[in-house]
Ligand binder design. Sequence first.
Ligand code: GSH
Length: 227
Amino acid sequence: MITLYGPAQAPFTEKVRRALLFKGYVFELREPESPEDYKRWSPKTGMLPVLDLDGEHVPDSTEILYRIDRDRPDPPLLSSDPTVATQQRQLEEWADESFLFYYMKYQRTVAHEAQVVAEASGSEGRTGDGARSGPLRRFGAWLRAGGTWERPETGIVRELGLRLDDLTKFLGARAFFYAERLSMGDLGVYAMLNTMRNDAIPGSEQLVAQRPALLAFMRRVEEETGG
Ligand SMILES: N[C@@H](CCC(=O)N[C@@H](CS)C(=O)NCC(=O)O)C(=O)O
């Protein structure tokens, strides 16, 4: 009995789910319903996904991919060319880290802005040393934003768009990244794009929708992994 424990909307779970489908595993997906489920299913780290392979619990999405590739080598998750395989491994790691980086940055920015607004409204009506005039406050905000009027959230989405442009260039005319066959690198990128397509960072859905080459890539991954 094979069970994948993890929240379906998380890119890490989606990456493993697609890898299992690609390999032809029959499995069940169980989603956590409470923080206790994270601890129960992943006692060491509290992080999901975890794959239960007939009673053996394998944590971490990347480790799971390596494990199932070893257990069931056909079809492979890495190229037989060592140079290409290294690129595919690096891409898989990059995909996990990069989207998470922008996601966390976005969350921190939104929390910080909410705090600034709360502080500003708390100081309204104050006079004397603690109060800052409108133009002075606006100048402070302008400096904090790095001398630009662009809102920090807009800047994050714009940067994310640049990363998608990088990806489009890496992909080029090939069906998959660095190769004509699907690899773990493609699954990592797919999972990241899929999370964006679900608008995990507001505005990210549109970024993906505006890039037909990446949409076509996603369709190819879906065809290879059972829709
Ligand atoms: N490096 C891990 C990351 C997994 C991860 O970040 N999981 C999140 C869900 S998306 C989690 O379990 N968070 C719970 C927590 O941080 O306590 C992997 O690739 O599996």
